[in-house]
Design a protein around this ligand. Structure first.
Ligand code: PMT
Length: 223
């Protein structure tokens, strides 16, 4: 039987990958399927939490018993997280968020013109995870904030730098590329704590990693 140790807690999870429109037909996207985020949602619900998921372009069956908000782009994801974050005891950002979006999204499909293609000018998207930390500091609330880091190389060193930059409590570092993490049923990760803790989670179902993350969150929740 699962211990209902998250009963009375509200958790907010982002899942999937954002899409940044180039024109009505094309976008800049990534390979996130939403599996890791939905595994976090299912396991949190099983442990008694009140769960909200902000899902970016996820094509999986809806997780049962959770409040689901669907979004497309990084800006929409940022707005949905902003609307849902108040009162959450924990926020877990598994969504793969585009760092940049096209400055202009063409109103009509861009045609081949016979000349060289026009470059796509990009502008930076808001850093949602870093913004959550800033809001928490400003408001003085107790909220455990967890990021995920998708790294291809120097996974731990890059993860440590990202943890310091984002200011979250926990950063779940997983290796991507070469068939790892994106779209798979299994994952493997190292969870870095802002307090210096390091927890290795061996390869296993995404639910197992999700449960380890909730264990580490539960340790940090007040009361
Ligand atoms: O969905 P799956 O197919 O199951 O794959 C799971 C996963 C590989 C997508 C997931 O495990 C994962 O690694 N998610 C994080 C992906 C990512 O965007 O990593 P990042 O290193 O670029 O970003 C670091 C953190 O900052 C993430 O928590 C991200 O949500 C957040 N971020 C990033 C950019 C931005 N503008 N705003 C953010 O909040």
């Amino acid at each position: 039987a699962v211990e209902p140790d998250l009963t009375g807690k509200r958790v907010l999870i982002s899942a999937g990958g954002t899409r940044e429109a180039i024109d009505p037909v094309r976008f800049i996207g990534n390979h996130s399927s939403g599996r890791q985020g939905y595994a976090l949602a299912r396991t949190a619900a099983a442990r008694g939490a009140d769960v909200t998921v902000v899902a970016a372009n996820v094509g999986l069956p809806d997780p049962a018993g959770v409040h689901l908000v669907r979004v497309g782009s990084a800006v929409e994801l940022a707005e949905a997280v902003e609307a849902e974050r108040a009162g959450a005891d924990a926020v877990v950002m598994t969504a793969a968020v585009a760092d940049f979006r096209p400055v202009n999204s063409a109103a009509s499909k861009i045609k081949k013109s016979g000349t060289a293609p026009a470059p796509i000018e990009l502008v930076e998207n808001p850093d949602i995870l870093a913004g959550l930390v800033v809001s928490r500091e400003r408001e003085g609330t107790a909220q455990t904030i967890v990021g995920f880091a998708a790294e291809t190389d120097d996974v731990i060193a890059n993860g440590r730098a990202k943890l310091a930059r984002k200011g979250c409590d926990l950063l779940v570092v997983n290796q991507v590329g070469g068939g790892k993490a994106f779209g798979t049923d299994d994952n493997k990760a190292t969870v870095l704590g802002a307090d210096g803790t390091v927890v290795d989670v061996p390869t296993g179902p995404k639910e197992d990693l999700a449960d380890r993350v909730w264990d580490l969150v539960a340790e940090r929740l007040p009361g």
